[in-house]
Design a protein around this ligand. Structure first.
Ligand SMILES: [Cu+2]
Ligand SMILES: [Zn+2]
Length: 189
């Protein structure tokens, strides 16, 4: 009987409503993604063959995007292209195994504040006369889940400045590479 079935559906709905619990965002993300929500990641940069650049880049979730904080030593003074590349593969001596710029939306290359850019386009990092460079910015284009997830991707520091020209900014060779991984303590409880 249709009316009886309808009543059953209503009953089931009422029971389900009574069972709804409040979940934290982290619990929801864990349920959706099959693992804890990542809140912090880190890439340790190692020099490519013939170079000395090394350092650490941390990526921390904020309300406005991912905060990127870099601290790099051993660079030639001046600006150096600084990007997230598509692969966290640091196996080649020249850094080329990291592939091209991380570009899940199939956009053109650009500066970090350009409306259209590769997700991996973080612009430049500038080394002082002692070869030390730092960076601290919040980038709404980056994420830790879904298509824009930077986890497992690569970080590349280039020999030359990114001039934001097409196709990839003319930044030359790669002086340091690293893989972005989940940081110790970087998962939501
Ligand atoms: Cu690059
Ligand atoms: Zn790019």
């Amino acid at each position: 009987m249709p009316s009886k079935n309808f009543a059953s559906v209503l009953m089931a709905g009422a029971l389900a409503s009574a069972c709804i619990t409040t979940y934290t965002r982290a619990q929801v993300m864990k349920g959706l993604l099959g693992g804890p929500e990542v809140t912090k990641a880190v890439a340790v940069l190692q020099p490519t063959q013939g170079n000395k650049a090394e350092g650490t880049v941390t990526f921390t979730k904020t309300d406005k995007g991912v905060r990127v904080q870099a601290d790099i030593n051993g660079l030639p003074p001046g600006k150096h292209g600084f990007h997230i590349h598509e692969f966290g593969d640091t196996s080649s001596p020249d850094g080329m195994a990291a592939g091209g710029h991380f570009n899940p939306h199939k956009m053109e290359h650009g500066s970090p504040d350009a409306p259209k850019r590769h997700v991996g386009d973080l612009g430049n990092i500038e080394a002082d006369s002692g070869g030390h460079a730092t960076l601290n910015l919040v980038d709404p284009a980056l994420g830790f889940s879904g298509a824009t997830s930077i986890l497992g991707r690569g970080v590349v520091v280039h020999e030359k400045p990114d001039d934001f020209s097409q196709p990839v900014g003319n930044a030359g060779g790669r002086v340091a590479v690293g893989t972005i991984g989940v940081a110790k303590g970087g998962e939501a409880k």
